[in-house]
Ligand binder design. Sequence first.
Ligand SMILES: O=P(O)(O)OC[C@@]1(O)O[C@H](CO)[C@@H](O)[C@@H]1O
Length: 390
Amino acid sequence: MPETPFASVILGNEPGSFPHGVLAERHPAIIRQVRDALPYGPGQRRALDELLRNCAEGTVEPLPADAPDRAAWQAWGLAEYAGRSWFDVPWLWSESYFYRRLLEAVGYFAPGPWRGIDPFRPVKRAELDAPETDRELAALDGLRDLPEPERDRALLHGSLWGNRADLGFRLSAEGAEDREPAPALVADDSERLWSLLPPDGTAGLVLVADNAGRELVPDLLLLAHLLAGDRIARAVLHVKPHPYYVSDAIMADVLDGLERLRTAPGAAGEHGRLLRRAMADGRLTVRAHPFSCAPLPYERMPDDLRAEFAAATLTVFKGDLNYRRLVGDRRRPPTASFAAATAYFPGPVAALRTLKSEVVTGLTAATEARLVAAGQRWRTDGTHALVQVN
Ligand SMILES: O=P(O)(O)OC[C@@]1(O)O[C@H](CO)[C@@H](O)[C@@H]1O
């Protein structure tokens, strides 16, 4: 299936641009953070130092011959991009491959004791254990007596704004968490979103998750709320098959999040226990598809994933990176149609995302003009959000 033909693919080779800053500054900062996070041995430290040098000045190197996912990466573009500068290949590709190389450096895929050890786990755990998470969970008790539409809205917005909790983003956006979110969404199709869940409660919802911790917890609460009220019959939660973009959720993070909920007092604990039952009886399943960490737009998804999304009543994509992959990581005007950009998608689809990179579609000209009048930071500073549906 061809990618949307208009608008050029974003590269990271323009000094001063946001993508360039991610490759030149955020990635080295992530390596330094990982180096300090766990007691890695000399071999791992050497490999991390080598990656630090390579990602700033060097070229994309192939994966080792025995890497389990070598064939997949060759097909995803490595065959074409090996030997080129990290800055001259599609930005989305370069970022994804950076995380793959980071896992290589710490021995995540190699036989031995470090296999499967998440280098980002310490930062993810610290966030999940933070007192802010307790406060957010306690706030759920205040929703009990609200009318249903208000509770719907609160839980949807909890999941939406939970996307600000993104540990990679915070590394290069100091104080982002403390900045007030903008009062209005730049696009709001929430009514359409709710209308896609039929009142007979038969819907199957797919939620393509983004970050662990303080984003995944409100995602889980939203699913629990929908299952508890028989608004959906079943849910599938897609997480990443391995650590990615610092705080993206993997299965271990789902288990941590569920445990955090199950052991919380009040309504949060009830939601957690409901989710445990839903997992036991198959109403809630978790998937970790290899394509979830692919360096490609969803337009190029494999057939099995396409069939799964086609069968869902609604698929919800969370977060900035999933948005870039959903609409294509291309330079489009913000008024380009979201419906056209997602026309390839095999079923009803929604995006819940705070804006942390420049890709955006579906804005009205008036909204764009209002935002641009105050500068361009709205596109990347995480203070604005959208709910879009096709
Ligand atoms: O997908 P998320 O967690 O909402 O955001 C991911 C992000 O922090 O990383 C990318 C840049 O590295 C951008 O897409 C965005 O800034």
